[in-house]
Design a protein around this ligand. Structure first.
Ligand code: HEC
Length: 159
């Protein structure tokens, strides 16, 4: 019994000390997202969907819930954001080539069509982020239009 108490106390101390550590937050410039919206002619309803369901992991600006103040939850979340941004970051859209932009939109369509995005671990806690069939249609319609535009640019010699 004594040993269990000691172990619990030790774990508590480790937990308390851990609270002084945390990853850097993903709280960049909101205007980096506007640039993406302007270039891809994002309609208001699409903006709302992206904001609610995608941008926390795919832009430089995450809206954090209160439990992100708890270590190690914050490290776990930072890992998702880092990984999500590595694959697709709308805040870095200007840095992508036309070919890459077209490819990212293709992947976006695929991800939402197969219901692989938003990640299930996200929709557990953000139930409103789960996409309805209507929202998926709205996203796909917009992606098709924009991919068509990029395809014309590529045909005209854009890289
Ligand atoms: C909780 C964080 C999170 C949310 C929310 C999220 N994603 Fe992702 N996304 C990721 C991660 C992590 C990856 C990296 C690949 C993987 O784990 O599947 C990724 C990968 C992607 C990719 C690249 C796929 C590839 O083949 O490289 C696209 C496109 C994408 N997500 C689109 C979206 C869209 C659209 C939404 C909203 C409907 C969304 N994501 C919501 C975390 C997220």
């Amino acid at each position: 019994m004594k040993i269990i108490k000691k172990i619990l106390l030790f774990l508590l101390v480790v937990f308390v000390i851990a609270q002084f550590f945390g990853p850097e937050k993903n709280e960049g410039d909101l205007t980096s997202i506007d640039s993406f919206y302007t270039e891809t002619n994002t309609p208001e309803n699409v903006k709302l969907i992206l904001k609610e369901s995608c941008n926390d992991c795919h832009s430089d600006v995450t809206r954090y819930p209160w439990y992100n103040n708890i270590t190690p939850v914050n490290y776990w979340m930072a890992e998702h954001v880092d990984n999500g941004k590595k694959h697709f970051n709308i805040s870095k859209w200007d840095d992508y080539s036309t070919k890459k932009k077209d490819h990212k939109l293709e992947e976006l369509a695929e991800m939402v069509e197969k219901k692989e995005m938003p990640l299930p671990s996200y929709t557990w806690t953000h139930t409103e982020a789960k996409l309805t069939d209507d929202q998926i249609m709205v996203l796909l319609h917009w992606v098709n239009k924009e991919r068509f535009r990029y395809s014309l640019e590529l045909e005209a010699g854009a890289e």
